[in-house]
Design a protein around this ligand. Structure first.
Ligand code: HEC
Length: 143
C-alpha cells in the first residue's frame, strides 16, 4: 500500500508527458525543414573556407625566390629591408598582405601613385609579389 502510493506520483509524469513530445515535434518539424537547407549550405560554406585555407597554405611564398626577385629593390629598400635611401620606407617585418597589396596597387597605379614604384611593380607577376612580400615580411624589422 505504501509502495504503491510512492510509485504512483513518480510513474504519473511520464504518462502525462507522453503526449507533449509529438506536439512539440509538430511545431519543430516545419522549422527543421526550413533550417535544413540553411545548415547544409552553411556547412558547404564552411568546407569552402577550409578548402581555401588549405589552398593558401599550399601556396606559401617561396622566400628564396622572393629574395632573388627583390635584388633590384635593395638599392633603395636595403638588403635587410631597412631602407638606405632617405624617404624610402623600410619593408623588413612588414605585414605580408600589406606588402603584397601595396605592390598590386603600385602595379595598377590606382590606389597608390608613385612613378618609381609603379615602374618597379609593373614587371612583377602575382607569384613574384607574393614571394617578395614573403621575403620582406620574414626579415627582422630591428637592427
Ligand atoms: C629607386 C628606389 C626604389 C626601388 C628600386 C624600389 N622602391 Fe619600393 N619604394 C620606393 C619609394 C620612394 C617608396 C615610397 C613611395 C610612396 O610614397 O608611395 C616605395 C614604397 C614601396 C612599398 C610600400 C611600402 C609601404 O610601407 O607602404 C613597397 C611594398 C615597395 N616599395 C616594394 C618594393 C619592391 C618589391 C621593389 C623591387 C621590385 C621596390 N620597392 C623597389 C623606392 C624604391
Amino acid at each position: 500500500m505504501m509502495t504503491q502510493m510512492h510509485c504512483a506520483p513518480i510513474s504519473a509524469p511520464p504518462v502525462s508527458n507522453a503526449d507533449v513530445p509529438p506536439r512539440a515535434l509538430s511545431i519543430m518539424r516545419p522549422q527543421m525543414r526550413l533550417l535544413a537547407p540553411v545548415l547544409i549550405s552553411w556547412s558547404a560554406a564552411a568546407s569552402v573556407v577550409l578548402l581555401s585555407a588549405q589552398t593558401s597554405s599550399a601556396q606559401m611564398p617561396d622566400v628564396a625566390a622572393g629574395r632573388k626577385r627583390a635584388e633590384v629593390c635593395m638599392a633603395c629598400h636595403g638588403e635587410n629591408g631597412r631602407a638606405v635611401v632617405p624617404g624610402v620606407p623600410h619593408l623588413a617585418g612588414q605585414n605580408r598582405d600589406y606588402l603584397a597589396q601595396a605592390l598590386r596597387d603600385y602595379r595598377l597605379a590606382r590606389e597608390r601613385h608613385n612613378p618609381t614604384m609603379t615602374e618597379m611593380a609593373k614587371p612583377l607577376s602575382d607569384v613574384d609579389i607574393d614571394n617578395i612580400a614573403g621575403f620582406f615580411h620574414g626579415l627582422r624589422a630591428e637592427k
